[in-house]
Design a protein around this ligand. Structure first.
Ligand SMILES: Nc1ncnc2c1ncn2[C@@H]1O[C@H](COP(=O)(O)OP(=O)(O)OP(=O)(O)O)[C@@H](O)[C@H]1O
Ligand SMILES: [Mg+2]
Length: 511
């Protein structure tokens, strides 16, 4: 079992003396091992961590206590263990020899037990201090900061390894260098006043000064001066300089990190902006969807009744004035228009459709066939450029609605003719359909609004402003996306991205 008691190795060849000493030491709170033969004592000392060796000089072997202490002090492992000589030899010469060989104390027999106890205590205390001092020394020597010790005159007395390697040009050549000379002349005033304050026992805050310019070395360092005291008297100063090269490296690293962070934040902000815009749009569309569905249902029945009534009136009033017939005709037209709006509203509010894997080129072609007439009528040419693409996972009717609205808008935008290009292409995880026209384009401010319901620039009666809202909500339902790219005077391009993979998320409904 390990013991926290200080461990003493007692080397004594006299059994009686050893017995008494062991008894006394154990009673005084020490763990004691005893040995009498020099060889076994050396062995035991090496294999156990002793705090103190009590050594008798007169050993009845070839090796006496003096030789043994010589061997202890020559062995780096044993050298730090304090040795106390306990002997009957009273000559001053013996005492001097023992102390010269490295003994930490010397006590002659017969000794007073209280004196022995207090001397052991002192030696052990000294050992604790020495151990601690050694640890501090190790710490300072191997510190990455530059550590300097200054005397009371402000001269450099000792520096750690790091300082020697970083500042060899200032330190190795000149001993007893004035601390102030480490620094650029421009900083001599603050250095000397800080030095003065620290040497007078004042705590001084860290300073940043420039090291003396020695060619390519011109470095700012952080300097901390600390008064070192003995019995309240300042006996010198401890000084740390933050390693300049480390400082620069850290700074560069920090710069890189912050730069990276800034870029990340910028990107994230851009993404957030985009998401927010999409969210605003989809929320608007969702609310509009609800509203549209409600309004459409409310209107459908009365409109049906009006339509039937008009037909009935037409039937029974053949003989009435032409003006009356004209009005009936107008009512009929308006009812048809209202029914068209309602159909559109209901399409807009439509719930999740059945999806299938299909070749979007086929849907494009079917839609183009559908509008062959108006295309010809308005002199609009179609240029197709279909690349090989994957099947997409969408609803066919939705896609027809999407393309129909886009083509009709393009035709409307080019009443005196023009070109519509239709391209399909693979794009990462999706298929991209690009529809461009050579029309007048859309202003940047209008581009923000075109997907909103009821936004139209068309004359009253010719456009309701629901086409692109239907496009947007249909694409949303099908887990795709749409982007507009346009410059006034340079035509308009719509890019539609459609998923190749099936999505299994909830929320397919516009509610
Ligand atoms: N290809 C295009 N070129 C120029 N402007 C366009 C184009 N497509 C859409 N726009 C503009 O966007 C507006 C909104 O289009 P949207 O299709 O939503 O409504 P609309 O065409 O006005 O009416 P609706 O489609 O309901 O009959 C249009 O009025 C038009 O100003
Ligand atoms: Mg339209």
């Amino acid at each position: 079992m390990s013991s926290t008691k200080p461990r003493i190795l007692l080397i004594e060849d006299d059994t009686d003396q050893a017995f008494v000493l062991r008894y006394f030491l154990k009673n005084s709170g020490y763990a004691v091992d005893w040995c009498s033969k020099p060889d076994s004592c050396l062995k035991s000392a090496k294999s156990n961590a002793y705090d103190l060796i009590l050594l008798d000089i007169n050993l009845s072997a070839d090796i006496d206590g003096f030789e043994l202490i010589r061997r202890f002090k020559a062995d780096p492992l044993l050298q730090p263990i304090p040795v106390m000589m306990v002997t009957a030899r009273t000559k001053v010469q013996d005492r001097v020899s023992g102390l010269n060989l490295g003994a930490d104390d010397y006590i002659t027999k017969p000794f007073n037990q209280a004196e022995l106890a207090s001397r052991i205590k002192t030696v052990l205390k000294r050992k604790i201090y020495l151990d601690l001092a050694n640890r501090y020394r190790e710490l300072l020597e191997n510190n990455r900061d530059l550590v300097l010790f200054l005397n009371k005159k402000g001269q450099i007395e000792h520096v750690n390894k790091r300082a020697e390697s970083v500042l060899p040009h200032l330190i190795a050549t000149e001993r007893q260098l004035d601390f102030i000379d480490l620094f650029d002349e421009e900083f001599h005033d603050p250095v000397s006043s800080t030095l003065y304050n620290a040497l007078n026992g004042k705590d001084v805050s860290p300073k940043v000064w420039r090291l003396r310019d020695t060619g390519e070395h011109q470095v700012m360092v952080e300097v901390q001066l600390t008064p070192l005291r003995h019995s309240d008297q300042v006996i010198g100063l401890g000084c740390t300089l933050k390693d300049p090269s480390m400082h620069e490296q850290k700074f560069k690293k920090l710069e890189q990190t912050t730069h990276g962070l800034l870029e990340k934040i910028k990107n994230q902000n851009a993404q957030l902006d985009e998401i927010q815009q999409k969210l605003v749009m989809s929320e608007k569309l969702a609310v509009m969807g609800q509203l549209a569905a409600g309004v459409a249902h409310e209107f459908r029945n009365p409109l049906n009744s009006i339509s039937l009534s008009v037909q009935f009136l037409k039937m029974i009033s053949k003989s009435e004035k032409p003006k009356f017939h004209e009005h009936l005709h107008m009512i009929e037209q308006e009812v048809k228009r209202s029914q068209k709006i309602i159909d559109n509203l209901l399409k807009f509010a439509k719930k999740s459709p059945a999806k299938e894997r299909l070749d979007i080129r086929m849907i494009l072609d079917q839609t183009l066939t559908l509008i062959a007439k108006p295309l010809k009528l308005h002199n609009v040419e179609i240029k197709k450029s279909y690349n090989h693409i994957n099947l997409v996972y969408v609803n066919a009717d939705d896609m027809k609605q999407v393309f129909l609205n886009l083509f009709l808008n393009a035709i409307d935008a080019m009443p005196r003719g023009g070109l519509v290009s239709v391209q399909t292409r693979e794009d990462k995880e999706s298929v991209r359909v690009k529809i461009s026209d050579t029309g007048p384009g859309i202003s940047k401010s209008d581009q923000q609004k075109i997907f909103e319901p009821f936004f139209t620039r068309k004359e009253t009666g010719s456009g309701v402003g629901l086409g692109l809202s239907i496009v947007h909500s249909a694409i949303d339902r099908n887990k795709g996306s749409i982007e507009v790219d346009s410059e006034p005077g340079l035509g308009t391009t719509f890019n539609i991205y459609l998923p190749v993979q099936e999505h299994h998320e909830p929320g397919d409904f516009i509610t």
